[in-house]
Write a protein of this length. Sequence first.
Length: 366
Amino acid sequence: MRRSGGAKLRERLIRLRLSLLIAVQAGVAAAGSWWVANDVLDNRQPLFAPAVAVGTIASSVGQRFRRTLFLIAGVAVGITLGDLLVSWVGRGHIQIGLIVAVSILLAMLFSGEGSFITQVGGSAMVLAVLSPASTSLALPRLVDGVVGGTVGLLVSVVVLPLHPIHRIRRAGRPLIRRIAAQIDRVADAAADRDPNIAQQALDALRNLDSTDLQTALSAAVEVVRLSPLRWHNHNSVEGWRHGSELMLRSLLQSRDLALNMEAALRRDEAVPPSLPQAIHCLADAVRHVAIEWSPTSGSPSRSQESALKAVKCAQDALNDKLDINGINIANDISIIAVNTIQATGVSKNDAEALRCHLGPDTTNRA
C-alpha cells in the first residue's frame, strides 16, 4: 500500500507540475480579458470574457486555436438562435427548456464539436432567461466571447508560452521509465521461466497511459507553430516529436514481447540465457532514454550502447535454434532496439545498418 500510494502521489505531483504553467496562463488570461472587456470596451458585466479565456487555455491544450474558433462561433450561433426563438415562443420555464433543446439540436446539425454545442446552448439559455425579445445582451456577449478567446490565445502563445521541449521531456520520462521497468519484468520471467510474471508485465504494459505524452506533443507542435517566441524551436520539436512517436511504437512492441514470452514459457520452449540478457539490455536502453534523452545529440549514448548489446545478445540466442515464439521475441527485441536508437537522434538507415551489422534479418525466417 505504501509503494502504490507513493507511486500515485508521485504521478499526481508530476501532473501538477505539468499543469502549473497552464494554471498561471488561465489566471492571467482571466484577469486580462476582464480588464479589456470592462475597462477598455466599457462592458459593465463582462462575465463571459474570462470564462471563454479560461476555456481556451485549460480545456484543450494542443487545440486552442481551433477550440477558440468553435467557442466564438458557438456564442454567435447561440445568440442568434436564442434571439429568434425568444421572439417566437416567448419566455417562461417551459420556453427556456424548449429553447435550449432546440438550439442544441440545431447546433448538432452544424457540428459535433462539444465546445460549439455547449456554447450554443449556453448562449441561447442566457438570452431566454435574462432578456426580452428585444435583447441588448447579444452584442456584448458576442464581444465578450471574441475578447476572451483572443486574450486566451495571446497569453498562451505570446505572453506565457509553454516551453515545448521541456513539456515533452517531463511528460515522456515517467512513461518511458515504466516501459523499461516492465521490460525488466519480462526478462525476469524468462530467467525464472515463470509465465505468470510475463502475464503481469503484459497487463501492466497494456494499462500504461500515454495521454500525457500525446497531449504534450500536440501542445508543443501548436506552440512552435503559433508563438513567435518559440519559432526557433521548430526543428528541435520535430526531432522530439519523432523520438516520442518511436518510443510510443516501442510501447506497443513491448506488449508483443511480453505476449510472446508468455507463450514461449507456457509451451515450455527453449529460452537460452542470452535471451533474458538481451531483454535486460533492452530495458537498460529504454531506461537511459528517459535519463539522457536528446534526439539532437550527435555523440553515442549509454542508451545506444545498451540497445546494440541487446541486438547482439538476441542474435546469439537465435544461433541456439529458437522455436517460433523465441524467434518472435528476438525480432521484438531488434525492433524496439532500433526504435530506441532512432529516438536518440540516429537516422533510420544508420540504425538499421547497425542492427544488420550485428545480426541478419530474421523477419522472414520460418
